[in-house]
Design a protein. Structure first.
Length: 173
């Protein structure tokens, strides 16, 4: 289903389908986001690369049900983690890229852990872009578990965008 997101063509693909519905035979860049400030930066980097190369951009956010041991907690009737992820993805894209990024963007919400989801989406992609750390980071780590997993196993080149806040000062480039 196509939606208007900040004036641009966007396809919501909620579920397990993480293929390439918008870019027939062209270059495709896959980028994972989680709504964190560093994922905004990662998305901006991926969008600039897509613009430079003429590629389409597939922006993916993942969600999982909270885990519990021994019993299933009662969830509120309005509990909708997929819907929450969709709203987070939409806000992230609009905040990071503004109203007109000048590229085709496929917005994808998938249930699952980010590392395997991103690796699956990277099949046939020209590039996978991930941040160095997201919401699940341990303070002080230089590379998060998702980015480390993707670097070692992706079927395409991987770019890890380091958070500007990771620099010790000086020029952030």
């Amino acid at each position: 289903m196509l939606h208007d997101v900040g004036g641009r063509r966007a396809r919501w693909d909620v579920g397990d389908e993480i293929g390439d519905p918008m870019n027939d035979g062209g270059e495709r860049i896959v980028v994972g986001v989680d709504g964190s400030p560093s994922s905004h930066q990662t998305l901006r980097w991926a969008a600039r690369q897509a613009k430079l190369t003429g590629a389409s951009l597939q922006v993916i956010i993942c969600w999982e049900y909270p885990t519990s041991y021994g019993w299933a907690p009662p969830y509120p009737t309005d509990f909708d983690p997929g819907g929450d992820a969709k709203r987070t993805l939409e806000v992230t894209v609009v905040e990071a890229l503004g109203d007109d990024p000048g590229i085709d963007i496929d917005l994808t919400v998938v249930e699952g852990h980010p590392a395997p989801v991103l690796l699956e989406a990277a099949r046939g992609a020209s590039l996978l872009v991930v941040g160095s750390r997201g919401h699940g980071e341990f303070t002080g780590m230089l590379l998060g578990s998702v980015s480390e997993h993707c670097v070692g196993r992706a079927p395409c080149p991987v770019t890890v965008v380091r958070d500007v806040g990771d620099h010790d000062g000086g020029d952030p480039s």
